[in-house]
Structure formats: C-alpha cells, structure tokens
Design a protein around this ligand. Structure first.
Ligand code: NAG
Ligand code: NAG
Ligand code: NAG
Ligand code: NAG
Ligand code: NAG
Ligand code: NAG
Length: 550
C-alpha cells in the first residue's frame, strides 16, 4: 500500500475532523417492494427481493413487483422482472461474480409468480451504475435445485460453488414440520443427488435457515436450533460440537444470528459469535407461546481450534434480549448488533398472543457495538449509538454498503401490505452512518480489479493529515453477505497482511472463498469507502485449490 508523500497530502487535504462526527440514522427514499432480502450487487446497487403476494406500490408488467434494484446514489428503486416467488430465499455470489438467489415459495398470487421453491435465479455481473439493462435469469424449468426448499441457507465454499442447506418443502405456520434434511450444491456435485444430514434431522423442529459459515480450512461450521457441528464437504462427515449453553436456540422460528468474527493473519483462527434467539423449549406448541415472551440476551462465542472446542462456548450478555437480531461486520473489525425485537418469535400470526399480526413485540431500536478484542464482559456497548423510531423485525434486511454505511430496509410481520397495525409493512429505507461518514476519510485507488491468492499487490491510499497520525492501518477484504431472516449468508471479513508499502492477498481459496469482495482501509478511526475486487481467477465454479496452505 503506497501513500502520496506527506507534502502532497498537505496540499490535497486541509483536513479536520468534522466537529461532532457521530453515528446517525438517516431516512431516505422508499423501497417500493418489501425488502425482506437484500444483497449489494455492485458499487452503487443493492438488490431487494419480496414475496410475490405482498402487493407493494412498485409496478412491473401491470402487477406489483417483488424484485427491485436499489440505487445507492439516488435512493430510488427500479423494478426487476422476477418470474418465480422469492419469499424467504437466500443466495450469494459464485467465484465468477454471478449472484444466485436460491429457493423460495409457492406463488402468493398464482397469476403473477411461478413456484420458486426449486429456483436458482441468476444475476450475471452488471456494472451499469443505475442498473439499466441488469436482468435476472429465472426459469425454474431450465435451472433448478434437486429439492423444493423454502427457508434454505446458502454459502460460497472453497471451490467457488454455493452449498445450499436445509429448508422446508411446504409452508407451515411455525415449526419445520416438513423438513428438507439435506445439503446440495450449485453447480451440483454427486450428480445432483442431495446429501442427507443427521444434523438437520437432529436439530428439528426449530432449524429453518441453518446458520452456515465457511471456515478457513474449507470445512463448514453450522448452528441450527441449539446444536452445532463442523461439516467436512470433501469427506461428507459431520462432527458434533458442544450445544449452545443455557438452552438457547437460534434458528427460525427462534431466530438469533451468527457471524464468523474477522479472520486475521498469520493464522486466521476462526471464532464464531452467536447472539439472541430464545431459551424457549422447541417442544411447546405455538398455541402456547406469546409475543410477550422475553427473547434471549445471550451472546455465545467459541474458538474453532481443538483447544477452543474443548473450552467450549463463552457467554456474555447483550444490553437487551433480541429475537431476529442482525450482526454486521464493520471494516474496522467491530461487529454491529442491530434490529430485532425484545420479546416474542419470528413468523406471522402463529402464536397465541400476537401484536397485530406479529409474533414479536418491543422492537429493539438502539444498536450496539461488539468489540471482539475487548475483554469478556466489556465487549458490548451502545454508547454513542442512536435510537431509531422505525422497527426492523420480521422480514427486514440490512447490509453494509460499499460507501461504508449500513443500509436498512423492510420489516413486515404481516402477509400483505398492512398500514393499520402497530408493526406495519415498512417501505422506508434508512442508512445508519458511522462517524467516519462525516470525517475526512482515507481514499483507496489503483486497486487491481483482480487479486490472486497469496500474492503481493499495491494500491494507493491517500490519508488525510488528521488521520495520518495513527500508526495502525487495517485492510479488510469483505464479502458483504446476503441478508435474509437475521442471517448474512457468506458474510466474511479477512484482514490482509498490509503495510504502507504493500498488501498480501489471502493465502488461499479456503480463507476467502474465491469470488467478489470489497476492500476497505481503516486508519485510526477513519474507514475508506470500499473498492470492489475479484479474488481468484474469476473462473466459473468449481475452481481448483489455489495459493499456500496454512
Ligand atoms: C396478491 O393478492 C393480495 C390479496 O388479494 C393483494 O392485496 C395483492 O395486491 C396481490 N399482489 C400482487 C403482487 O398482485
Ligand atoms: C436523499 O438522497 C438524495 C440522493 O442521494 C439526496 O439528493 C438528498 O439530499 C437526500 N436527502 C436527505 C434528507 O438526506
Ligand atoms: C438442546 O436441545 C435439546 C432438545 O431440543 C435438549 O435435549 C438438550 O438438552 C439441549 N442442550 C442444552 C445444552 O441445553
Ligand atoms: C431464559 O431467558 C430469560 C430471558 O432472558 C431469562 O429471564 C431466564 O432466566 C432464562 N432461563 C434460563 C433457564 O436460562
Ligand atoms: C391488518 O391487520 C389487522 C390485524 O390482523 C387486520 O385486522 C386488518 O384487516 C389488516 N389489514 C389489511 C389491509 O390486511
Ligand atoms: C458463472 O457460473 C454459473 C454456474 O456455472 C453460470 O450459470 C454463470 O453463467 C457464470 N457466469 C459468468 C459470468 O461466467
């Protein structure tokens, strides 16, 4: 990493910290569809998906749209033509930069959508800044999964393919009573035959959207209900890990959230953080549950080394209970905990005591920051974090943007548009701006478009004088993830070996599964905007192992 000589810097920037730079919520624009899923698909574009039957105001071909491109510069939504129903799908990028949206539901309004439960919707890389000409290939007759899957999870793995886990065959109001206890891949492996999973069977009935993370050795860590395993894709074996402590359960309809903490050189030791959910038993029928039942405030953390697994889960408490929280990795290595409800459960109109149509109540309106490097018990704080008046509960989504702020959209614990309940259908889009959005920031430029594994590269960073005093420079390579149902599929942060003279890319395709990402640089308190890079060759999956094994 090279910087301009300081003299030059002084001329370019007469920079000062803007007085009062602070965290703030800013509302701007409306999504036109209910943004229950979101993913950043380009430097200026997010893609939103909805349920085909919601009936939002954004129109396409004479009916309500259920897909939209959100322009991060103009804060406007453009309808996207989607063929199949995307309700409760997931997705992610492949090694060639193509985004695939996976699974969905039977059409809400049979006239407008086709059955999306086996769908693989392909969004090829599209670089028009305003999304003009960007299209989705969606033909479940031609390209499809082996099983019908509503509520599946997706994960980009070491060969650049997507692994697809779990789900339910048909709609049921609450628990997973018609489970898809298997994994499959896109592009397919094993001739397209799904691999059955004892873990998915054992973790019934609260295991929808299993939380799946790619470990730096290529294996997959999973949490469903109160259980966890490591799945070895190459050997097709499941190794049972300790249950979450204190009976806490974290997958739909008991959604907590989970994230892989940032991976740092030289060892990239994986640590996992799981927060929120509930300690309610999964043996209680929904007719005996209430939107007023307290959600769990527990965060559990484990280090996935032999010694770490032996030590087991380390527990600490959030400042409030959260059902359906979200965790967003920030480029400086901290984790934002945001959204959700302080009581109740996920899903709509299925427990005994509802709030309107919502199974949850008491929206959590103030985010917290989790500092992975702070000592146990001192990691979580909401000091300096603002409070919003917009509830983001069931069917909301949130993602870090290339600018470095956080995009919040959606929330609809109702089936169709409903404006008369306490938790209405939410079309307002918001950003949560970290303090660096109103400070002088470092700027990244001359970043190579493609970065191989285990290779040196240089980029330019201009560092404002006010920031330059800080000796520490952090370069984060991030997959921003696919936000759906309190989980961010494939979300990942790998810190690079970085100095002011050069950076080194991740050592191999298991530390960062090959595919697109964004590079951010943080100096002191200031983080740059992100620049998109392709990590690896950009070839279509499956791609061979690359780089140096660690
Ligand atoms: C689907 O049907 C519902 C209820 O009849 C209606 O309110 C909604 O507008 C329809 N949605 C679409 C996408 O046409
Ligand atoms: C909303 O976004 C638009 C487009 O970027 C911008 O022109 C406008 O100033 C913003 N409004 C607010 C209130 O931030
Ligand atoms: C996890 O849940 C199962 C039943 O769903 C229960 O038998 C087991 O004791 C739980 N584990 C812990 C550690 O509470
Ligand atoms: C279950 O969670 C609630 C809410 O956090 C808490 O008050 C209660 O003590 C927990 N029960 C057990 C057995 O851990
Ligand atoms: C909104 O939800 C409430 C509570 O279930 C219901 O009474 C009302 O009819 C709904 N409105 C619409 C437009 O569906
Ligand atoms: C990426 O690979 C997928 C799966 O083989 C394929 O459908 C898609 O067209 C490819 N995209 C590009 C840009 O090569």
């Amino acid at each position: 990493m090279r910087h301009f000589p300081q003299a030059f810097l002084a001329i370019l920037f007469t920079v000062h910290l803007v007085a009062g730079a602070k965290w703030e919520f800013v509302q701007n624009g409306t999504s036109g569809i209910l943004a229950l899923e979101s993913i950043i698909v380009g430097p200026t574009l997010a893609l939103f998906f909805d349920f085909s039957g919601t009936g939002g105001p954004l129109q396409i071909n004479g009916h309500s749209a259920w897909g939209a491109l959100w322009n991060l510069q103009t804060n406007e939504a453009t309808a996207l033509d989607v063929v199949s129903d995307t309700f409760c799908a997931s997705g992610g990028f492949l090694s060639n930069g193509t985004m695939v949206s996976v699974g969905g539901h039977l059409a809400g309004n049979s006239s407008t959508a086709v059955d999306g439960r086996m769908a693989l919707r392909i969004f090829e890389p599209c670089d028009t800044p305003d999304g003009q000409g960007c299209t989705l290939f969606d033909d479940p007759d031609l390209v499809h999964l082996a099983e019908t899957r509503w509520y599946p999870s997706s994960l980009r793995i070491f060969d650049g393919s997507l692994m697809i886990a779990g789900g339910i065959h048909e709609a049921t109001p609450f628990y997973n009573t018609d489970p898809v206890n298997s994994f499959e891949f896109f592009p397919s492996k094993n001739g397209g035959v799904p691999r059955s999973s004892l873990f998915l069977q054992r973790s019934l009935v609260a295991n929808l959207f299993p939380r799946v993370l790619a470990l730096p050795d290529g294996k997959v860590f999973m949490v469903a209900n109160n259980q966890s395993i490591i799945y070895d894709i190459e050997a097709n074996t499941e190794t049972i890990l300790p249950d979450l402590p204190n009976g806490v359960r974290v997958t739909n309809p008991f959604d907590g959230t989970i994230t892989l903490l940032p991976l740092s050189p030289p060892l990239y030791i994986p640590e996992v953080l799981v927060c929120g959910g509930t300690n309610t038993s999964d043996q209680i029928p929904p007719e005996q549950l209430s939107s007023q039942d307290a959600a769990s405030d527990q965060c559990s953390r484990i280090t996935l080394t032999r010694a770490g697994i032996k030590r087991g889960w380390e527990v600490e408490r959030m400042l409030e209970g959260r059902m359906m929280p979200e965790m967003i990795l920030l480029p400086n290595g901290q984790v934002l905990i945001i959204n959700g409800a302080q009581t109740g459960y996920a899903a709509i109109s299925s427990v005994a005591v509802v709030q309107g149509n919502s199974n949850a109540d008491h929206a959590a309106l103030t985010p917290s920051l989790y500092d992975p490097l702070a000592p146990l018990g001192r990691r979580i704080s909401n000091k300096g974090l603002p409070t919003t008046d917009i509830a983001r509960m069931y069917h909301s989504s949130v993602t870090l943007t290339p600018s470095g702020n956080i995009l919040l959209a959606g929330s609809n614990p109702n089936v169709n548009v409903n404006e008369t309940v306490k938790f209405p259908t939410e079309f307002r889009v918001q950003y949560l701006n970290p303090p660096y959005m109103s400070m002088a920031r470092p700027t990244l430029s001359s970043v190579p478009a493609k970065i191989g594994f285990d290779s040196r590269f240089t980029a330019q960073v201009t560092i404002p004088n006010s920031v330059y005093r800080s000796p520490e420079i952090k370069v984060a390579l991030m997959d921003l993830g696919y936000s759906s149902h309190a989980f961010h599929s494939s979300s990942r942060l790998v810190f690079l070996e970085a100095s002011l003279s050069s950076d080194r890319s991740p050592p191999n395709n298991r530390v960062y599964p090959p595919g697109p990402g964004f590079l951010f640089v943080t100096v002191g308190d200031a983080t740059s905007a992100g620049i998109r890079v392709m990590v690896g060759s950009g070839a279509s999956p499956p791609v061979p192992d690359q780089g140096r094994r660690i």
